[in-house]
Design a protein around this ligand. Structure first.
Ligand code: IMP
Length: 429
């Protein structure tokens, strides 16, 4: 048995929720290791739909959930989410949820700065979720962050708030945004402290014990490789590392604990927010993909941009993300298209590339090089075996495997949990 790490292989929203839920039902512990409440996982279980942002998906399956040190936690958002899912019947107590006491907190001033900066950028905005993710990670790297453990030390908290406010109020005032008052922030944090601290502990210790006991651990990534702060389409990225190796540093385990890495990719491609998207479609086909795939953001409700599958970018994500196998989702959305295209590289001012270079001008100028394939007339929706798939759909999947240089180990053919074709169980060695 091995552990499993799940990451997105495109720009997020690849349908991780369903795959994570399925694997969570077979894991003992589910760990979030990066991102924050910018993520949104929708899980449909029976007649209940759970929308999770910060809570590890395993809670829905009654498994122990751990929020690792690599996550940025908005305490008010977390407590709201706990209240909301508790009202839906889930049990979230310090027995079922543990939070790293060295995780960074997101405070209201982070969201304020996020929004003020986006407004100041005008049409150069990144299109962030406005949740304060970037500013919170900046404070972590800048060594002035407030962390979960600080809630237990009112005096240290007070001193740290002085330093934090000096920094943030200067920026906010410069941007013409309202500034924050120390006492109000301190009072609100001290009021949240007794609700949050019972969940807090050094989670690395628990994970080390679980490893020794042979428990199966599922590391649940948020966002995706093309939004990775180093490897993505910078600066149009999120502020954390989304690659699989972050599962180790973001939860306090060694790199071997990451186990098998499953990358999730849609059979086409979407993106929310601004930034390069070479295979984007601005025509009727793009509109149709969005309509058939119900492409609206879980967190912000924004319409997603849609385009053809970009095998060049997914190959890049496979390499830098450490992906062993791909879970391909939403194949059914392509049913009935007479012709399909796959991006296989980029033409940048007459030069051909198999990968997307990092320069902003090069990325903006990248023209996709497409390979065209015949579509299929039959339906893949709900298929649970290869035998049920039209021959041309199988060809499409096989071509993707060749181009991205990774096997498709799981195929999802509808939002229903059981409409899945499993080629290889990621938990088995
Ligand atoms: P931030 O993470 O809120 O700073 O947003 C930075 C970029 O990442 C924006 O383009 C967001 O739309 C995108 N982003 C953040 N979280 C997600 C997600 O869970 N799915 C898809 N895109 C996301």
């Amino acid at each position: 048995m091995t552990n499993v790490t799940i990451i997105g292989a495109q720009w997020g929203d690849e349908g991780k929720g369903k795959v994570v839920d399925w694997l969570a039902s077979r894991a003992d512990i589910v760990v979030r290791f990066q991102g924050g409440h910018n993520a949104g996982h929708t899980l449909v279980v029976g007649d209940q739909t759970y929308k999770l942002s910060l809570l590890p998906s395993g809670l829905v399956r009654g498994k122990l959930g751990i929020i690792g040190n690599g996550v940025v936690i908005d305490p008010a958002a977390l407590l709201n989410e706990i209240e909301r899912v508790t009202a839906q019947g889930l049990v979230v107590t310090p027995e079922t949820l543990r939070i790293a006491d060295n995780a960074t907190l997101i405070l209201p001033l982070h969201a304020a700065l996020d929004s003020a900066r986006e407004a100041a950028r005008g049409d150069k905005r990144i299109g962030t979720t406005g949740r304060g993710i970037g500013p919170a990670y900046e404070d972590k790297i800048g060594r002035r962050a407030i962390r979960v453990c600080d809630l237990a030390e009112p005096e240290s908290l007070s001193a740290k708030l002085d330093e934090l406010l000096l920094h943030h109020n200067t920026l906010l005032a410069g941007l013409g945004a309202p500034i924050f008052k120390k006492q109000e922030l301190l009072d609100s944090l001290l009021a949240l402290a007794p609700k949050l601290l019972p969940f807090a502990e050094p989670v690395w210790e628990r994970l080390a014990t679980a490893r020794r006991a042979g428990d199966r651990i599922l590391f649940e990534g948020a966002q995706a490789v093309m939004l990775d702060i180093d490897h993505g389409t910078y600066p149009f990225v999120t502020s954390s590392n989304t690659v699989a190796s972050t599962a180790a540093s973001g939860s306090g385990v060694g790199p071997a604990a990451v186990g098998r890495v499953l990358g999730i990719a849609k059979a086409y491609c979407t993106r929310v927010g601004s930034g390069p998207f070479p295979t984007e479609l601005h025509d009727e086909t793009g509109r149709l993909l969005g309509e058939r795939g119900h492409e609206f953001g879980t967190v912000t409700g924004r319409k997603r941009r849609c385009g053809w599958f970009d095998a060049a970018l997914v190959r890049q994500a496979v390499k830098v993300g450490g992906i062993d196998g791909l879970a391909l989702t939403k194949l059914d959305v392509l049913d009935g298209f007479p012709e399909l295209k796959i991006g296989v590289g980029f033409n940048i001012k007459g030069n051909m590339y198999r990968h997307l270079p990092y320069g902003a001008a090069a990325q903006a100028a990248a023209e996709p090089i497409f390979e065209t394939m015949e579509g299929w007339l039959g339906s893949t929706r709900g298929a649970r075996s290869w035998a049920e798939l039209p021959a041309q759909a199988i060809k499409y999947v096989r071509r993707i495997e060749e181009l991205v240089e990774a096997p498709v180990t799981l195929l999802s053919t509808s939002p229903e949990r059981d409409d899945t074709i499993l080629m290889q169980d990621p938990f088995t060695d």
